[in-house]
Design a protein around this ligand. Sequence first.
Ligand SMILES: NC(=O)c1ccc[n+]([C@@H]2O[C@H](COP(=O)([O-])OP(=O)(O)OC[C@H]3O[C@@H](n4cnc5c(N)ncnc54)[C@H](O)[C@@H]3O)[C@@H](O)[C@H]2O)c1
Length: 263
Amino acid sequence: MDLSTVFRLDGKVAVVTGAGSGIGRAGAEVLAAAGARVVVADLDLAGAEETVAGIKEADGEAVARQVDVADPHAVTALVDETVSGLGQLDVLVNNAGIMIRRPLTEVPPEEFDRVLAVNLKSVLYGCQAVARVMRPGSAIVNTLSTIIDFATAGTGSYAATKKGGEALTRTFALELGPRGIRVNGVAPGWTDTGITRQRHVDDSGRFQQDRFDELASRMASSSPLGTVAESLDSAYAVLYLASEASRFVTGHVIRVNGGASMA
Ligand SMILES: NC(=O)c1ccc[n+]([C@@H]2O[C@H](COP(=O)([O-])OP(=O)(O)OC[C@H]3O[C@@H](n4cnc5c(N)ncnc54)[C@H](O)[C@@H]3O)[C@@H](O)[C@H]2O)c1
C-alpha cells in the first residue's frame, strides 16, 4: 500500500473561497502543496493575490479571482470560468465568512441578511453551482464553526448561519451521494485570524494585543490540549476531506477544536 498517494491531489482542480487570508489561505496552500491547481477566490483581491504569490513561491499552481460569495450569479460565474479555464472542478471549499457580534435583540434586518448571505446562502449557491459540473469522486468541504455546539451571547446570527451550514452539508451529502460527490464540514475552534482579531481593534483603529492574548488564553483553556488552533490545523482536515483518504466519509463534520466540544 502506498500511503503517500492517498492524500495527493495531482491533476485535480480546487476552488477555495475566502482564501485571501486565515483558514482559507492555509487551506489553499495545503491543497496546492498536495498537487491541486487552486482557484483562490475572495472579495479581497489583494489578499487572494498574496495567497497565490505564496503558493507559487512554494512551486504550487494557483490563480486569484475576486468574488462576492453572497451573489449567486458571481458564484456560478466563478465555477463556470474555472471549468472553462482549467477543464474541471474536483474540490470546492466554501470557506468565506464574516462575524458580526451583537445581541440578537438588537440585530437589524439588513445586518442579519448580510451574515446569512455571506455565511449560509453562499454554501447553497456554491454547492448548487458545482453540482452541475462535478464528476464522481469530487468533494465539497464547508467551513462551519465550533459554535454549532454552543450558544454564546452576542453571536446568535453567526451561530444561526453555521448551524444552518451544517444542515445544508448533511442534506447535500444525501442528495449528491448517489452521484459520487461527497459533502462534509470542518468546524474550527477559536483560531487567530482576521475574524478573531477584528473584535480587538479599538475606536482609534489600534489593535489591543493584551485583550486579544487574554481571550486567546481563555479559549486555550477550553481544550483538553490547552492550546488554540492554528489555521493549518483546519487546513489539514480540509485536505483529508478533499482526498481519497476520506472516500467513504460524507455528511460528516470534523471538529478541529482540540476537544473543546465532542459531539
Ligand atoms: N477564526 C476562527 O476562530 C474561526 C472559528 C470557526 C470558524 N471560522 C470560519 O472560518 C472561515 C474563515 O474565516 P477566518 O477565521 O479565516 O477569517 P478571515 O477574516 O481571516 O478570513 C475570511 C475571508 O473571507 C473573505 N470574505 C468575507 N466576505 C466575503 C465575501 N462576501 N465573498 C468572498 N470572500 C469574502 C475575507 O475577505 C477573508 O479573506 C469563516 O467561515 C469563519 O466563520 C473561523
